[in-house]
Design a protein around this ligand. Structure first.
Ligand code: 5GP
Ligand code: ZN
Length: 114
């Protein structure tokens, strides 16, 4: 997708602070962090949201979650804990239409759900 900002980050056409990379996935710092640690994980192949990704190739989901596992284990984030969030569509406030997973950590995040 030539006009997708996250595809441009994958290609290095716009700058980002990468914190993880392998053949299929990159992780980079969110521009406007909502927690002490706020990273975004994306598959290098473009899909617009999680349903599109799961339909396209479910293996992409395991690629991303294995990357999140490697990153959080290497950084010792399992100890304090972390949250993974993905938004789909307007009610969830999705603003970038390249599937991405927010990883939030580094401080108490407040309880989500009841
Ligand atoms: P969404 O609201 O779609 O779930 O999340 C999009 C996220 O991407 C937001 O948290 C926003 O701060 C982040 N973001 C938007 N543009 C850029 C960018 O150019 N670089 C980086 N690193 N993050 C971005
Ligand atoms: Zn894209």
């Amino acid at each position: 997708m030539s006009d997708c900002i996250f595809c441009k980050i994958v290609k290095g056409e716009i700058p980002s602070t990468k914190i993880f990379e392998n053949e299929t996935v990159i992780g980079f710092k969110d521009l406007r962090p909502q927690a002490k640690i706020h990273q975004l994980f994306i598959h290098k192949s473009h899909t617009k949201d999680i349903n599109d990704l799961a339909k396209n190739d479910p293996k992409e989901l395991s690629d991303v979650f294995n990357a999140i596992r490697t990153y959080t284990m290497n950084e010792g984030l399992e100890k304090g804990g972390f949250r993974v969030v993905t938004n789909l569509g307007p009610n969830a406030g999705q603003t970038v239409f390249h599937t991405h997973f927010h990883v939030l950590a580094g401080e108490p995040l407040g309880h989500f759900g009841s």
